[in-house]
Ligand binder design. Sequence first.
Ligand SMILES: [Zn+2]
Ligand SMILES: [Zn+2]
Length: 350
Amino acid sequence: MTVFACAGCGATLSVPMSRVPLPVHVDQRYGHGLLGVLMEPRTYAVNPDPFGPPWRPWAEVGAAEAEACGVYAPVGALSGGSRGAAVLAPGDVRGTVFIPARSGGLCCGLDGRDGPNLACAQCGRPVATRIDDCSLWQAVWFDPAAVRRVAGAAVRPQTVDWEALRRDRPGVPPVEPPGQWHPLWEAAVGAALARLLAVSAGTRVAVPDGLVADTFGRALDALLPPGPPVKTLALAGPGLPTVSTSIALVPQHPQTGEHWAPPVTADAVPLPWDVWAQLAFRHDRRSVPGAGTMPADARRDDPSPLTPFGLFRPDVAVFLSTLARLREVRQPWLRAIYDRVTGHPYAGPF
Ligand SMILES: [Zn+2]
Ligand SMILES: [Zn+2]
């Protein structure tokens, strides 16, 4: 387990934490209300990309410098902050105080626009940025230059194997009350859709019926040129029979970040376990009236699955951000899709 400490005075700044992969919805902006907490308790992730201000507009960065940073298509602005910032839940932070002069935000809370807004309570050094404004997942980001990671005494939680995951972690349902698609799903499908396009080689992809078609099918049909399907998409992972497919949607392990190895002939497109598990094992069969009478108690405990208000829309910003960071976007056919969606981000299927 890791504990974060102030690089200036050594004060403890977190509870013992274990590292997990960076969530796919880390940069998501969603709706107009307060969102939940980005990270699960006692876990942290590290952002390989620069984080936070100063923001540099594309015209200033230019294509050559952006490419050296792993960005292969024009984006609005790039962060000029430090790489390697660690993100964790606000409730796991210890020994910090707010910096009142840096409490900028758009609306209901802090959005980190002023740089680090939390200081070490012991020595006053700015150490972290708390983000909790509306439309943003709540999180605290440690400045990598201002904190140290030290080995904590607590025992690291055991890594759960794929079989145990399948048994014990059913994932996040795609629709939440009263009927909107879950933002994690919109982000996860947005990111996976970019990778799917890249391995499609610009040809139509046949998609299995059901939730995969509901979430990926419409978007693939809208973005890829018409014609008969050339490639096939299927789920591959623990508990599923091995199928022959050209593209496999595989789960990413929520603790290690490892991807399930697909059949050797298939290109793998990863999804967070919590989404993949629902695609693979969710049963959304509805109950229908049958013979006899169901006891009132049983009826109360068995609500029908939620029906979404509308069609599924992948998160367009996550889609574009992911696509801009894939080398394949330099191919003219894929760059044309990127430019088209950038120009009309809220046209179908988004
Ligand atoms: Zn300190
Ligand atoms: Zn607000």
